[in-house]
Design a protein around this ligand. Structure first.
Ligand SMILES: *Cc1c(COP(=O)(O)O)cnc(C)c1O
Length: 357
């Protein structure tokens, strides 16, 4: 089979998504399934929908367009603030977008009017992580202005934590979002159908005993695909962490010294050269490297130790014996390795599922 390849187990993804949908439903929270790490894969999108996610979201309009072309039947949200230069594409293909700038909403409004469509807007609020978001004191005014734009429907408010600065969603910042929702509705009436609390980093909070308040939506990608929450990257109880794996092929396997010899200068990627003498080891090279994935985000099988990587080579200590040429090795991935592998033209994607649909 072609290598390197990402193997995607749709049954495991279905299980992960369904389990999270069920656990959050008890707490009054629905799930927007985020497809950005999968390049908007229609098969994965369909699996998320069958598992019960309420809608889909992606950060790239290209991915949303791909899902539209594949006739994925869902409401779709563009989760990165739209570029003005893409306003027409956004109103044509996305039902909703997350927004923080009135100039952008204004352009979406004219584009929607032109296209005789309405476009939904969720206003994102800054609660400390310092990525996208309107400062809380400016939210009321932004709501007032947003309500004035023709062909724009204000759907709700949301926030995003844990991405840029690692700020944890907790009782305090989530209560602040709930309080903002209440105060907006005290002024403008019951207009907010969505109060979106955040991403996979919100799961420890949402699944704990805290009162979830007004939060009724989470946007989940990594937790579904990789089975981990994202604050401490701990596996989530009952979820698969190997729904997506990366397979690479052996192209060299020899007993070699563990230490390089000769005068040592810089390496190709600025990594430190091996410094500890562990005697002779079995060094195996896999045909995969920085051009295919993030080698630092790979988790090797038991007994295998990753030693280093360059553009095209991953070097591992394969334990006792040399491996056959053409043998394959399967790695688990973190988010960075997954995104790089899914977007590399050199890595094939193979979908596995038990029951054809
Ligand atoms: C990527 C992203 C998400 C999903 O994050 P995960 O950690 O994959 O769950 C949610 N919201 C926004 C705005 C994002 O950019």
């Amino acid at each position: 089979m072609t290598a390197p390849r990402v193997e995607i187990d749709l049954d495991k993804i279905h299980h992960n998504a369904g389990t999270l949908v069920e656990r959050l439903a008890i707490r009054g929270i629905s799930v927007t399934g985020i497809t950005k790490a999968t390049l908007g894969s229609p098969e994965i999108a369909g699996t998320l929908l069958r598992a019960g996610v309420a809608s889909l979201g992606d950060s790239r309009i290209e991915n949303i367009e791909a899902m539209r072309r594949a006739r994925v039947p869902a409401s779709m949200t563009l989760i990165r603030s739209p570029m003005i230069s893409q306003a027409e594409r956004v109103v044509t293909h996305a039902d909703v977008s997350l927004n923080t700038e009135l100039d952008v909403i204004s352009r979406l409004s004219s584009a929607a009017k032109e296209a005789r469509r309405t476009h939904g807007v969720v206003l994102m609020v800054e609660l400390g992580d310092l990525r996208e978001g309107i400062m809380p004191c400016d939210v009321e005014n932004t709501v007032r202005e947003t309500l004035r734009f023709p062909n724009i429907v204000l759907k709700g408010i949301g926030t995003n934590l844990a991405c840029r600065s690692g700020v944890s969603p907790d009782a305090k910042n989530m209560a602040e979002l709930s309080a903002l929702a209440d105060s907006i509705e005290a002024t403008f009436g019951p207009i907010l159908s969505i109060v979106s609390g955040g991403n996979s980093g919100n799961l420890p909070w949402a699944l704990s005993c805290e009162d979830t308040g007004r939060i009724n939506d989470l946007r989940l990608g990594e937790a579904i695909l990789l089975g981990r929450e994202t604050l401490h990257r701990q596996p989530i109880d009952g979820l698969h962490t190997d729904a997506i794996t990366l397979v690479a092929e052996v192209v060299e396997s020899k007993a070699k010294p563990s230490l390089p010899w000769g005068e040592i200068a810089q390496t190709a990627f600025g990594e430190n050269p091996p410094a500890i003498d562990r005697g002779r080891i079995t060094q195996t090279i896999l045909a995969i490297g920085h051009q295919d994935t993030d080698p630092c985000g790979l988790h090797a099988p038991t007994g295998i130790k990753i030693l280093g990587a360059s553009s095209d080579h991953l070097i591992v200590d394969s334990g006792g014996s040399t491996l056959c040429m053409g043998a394959e090795m399967t790695f688990q991935l973190n988010y960075s390795a997954l995104v790089r592998a899914m977007t590399s033209p050199f890595v094939a994607r193979v979908i596995k599922r038990l029951v054809p649909v």
